[in-house]
Design a protein around this ligand. Structure first.
Ligand SMILES: C[S@@+](CC[C@H](N)C(=O)[O-])C[C@H]1O[C@@H](n2cnc3c(N)ncnc32)[C@H](O)[C@@H]1O
Length: 225
């Protein structure tokens, strides 16, 4: 199914300050880890050099979550998409020192990277702490809207899972409301309910700062019908 799609401007390009190690990792190891294209299963198999279930993390930040999973699950493949390149530099450093061969990265906007694909590619999709865009006039920039779920639905395998966490109550409520209007998705916690924290989800730097500031975290687990 081809989805007519207008991208969501879900991020602002920030001034990228790199540490020396991050800069060196991008310069030296980018070609080894980059996922050049994501337009079908063949591209993933070619990039990883094998056929294995693939998990996509969107907005991987400094890579804490995807790295931990790649270590714990050597038989699975992982794609980390993050427009903020210093975070990818850290990830590359750790992937290299851990000799991980099951992880690929992209610094493309997810809406550019994924749009041309025409078949399901992923077993799981993870989006942890998407930018909350708290002001009402910016809500249109939130990534998790109906048209994002429509796009991801066609890239996720049938019965595949999407894991989400946010510390924004208003974002969490809008995700629940959107989900109720999407017949091809199921909220596995039950309609209108938050899920328990996913056991595999480590506490990232972003989350620990939010928790220290007294925030509550809301988790979701959705499945594609
Ligand atoms: C608040 S951070 C959370 C990072 C990480 N998941 C964590 O828990 O620490 C959200 C990240 O999503 C990234 N992001 C936002 N929109 C994106 C897009 N369209 N494509 C790729 N990354 C995006 C941002 O650059 C940012 O690093």
């Amino acid at each position: 199914m081809s989805v007519p799609f207008s991208p969501i401007r879900s991020f602002v390009r920030r001034d990228s300050r790199f540490t020396r190690a991050q800069k060196e990792a991008i310069e030296n190891d980018w070609n080894r880890y980059v996922l050049p294209r994501c337009d079908g299963r063949a591209a993933l198999v070619e990039s990883f050099g094998r056929k294995s279930p693939v998990t996509l993390e969107i907005g991987s930040g400094d890579g804490t979550c995807v790295l931990e999973l790649a270590v714990q699950r050597p038989d699975e493949n992982f794609v980390a998409v993050e427009v903020h390149r210093p975070g990818l530099g850290r990830l590359l450093n750790r992937a290299k020192s851990g000799r991980l061969s099951n992880i690929r990265v992209s610094d493309q906007d997810i809406f550019e990277l994924i749009d041309p694909a025409i078949e399901p590619l992923f077993e799981k999709i993870m989006i942890f702490f998407p930018d909350p865009w708290p002001k009402r006039r910016h809500h249109k920039r939130r990534m998790l809207q109906a048209r994002f779920f429509d796009l991801m639905e066609s890239r996720l395998h049938r019965h595949g899972r999407m894991f989400v966490a946010t510390d924004s109550r208003s974002y969490a409520d809008s995700i629940l409301k959107t989900m109720e209007s999407l017949p091809r998705w199921v909220n596995l916690a039950g309609a209108g309910q938050f899920a328990p924290r996913a056991a595999f989800r480590p506490i990232t730097r972003f989350e620990s700062r939010a928790l220290a500031a007294g925030a509550t975290v809301f988790d979701f687990c959705f499945a594609r019908r």
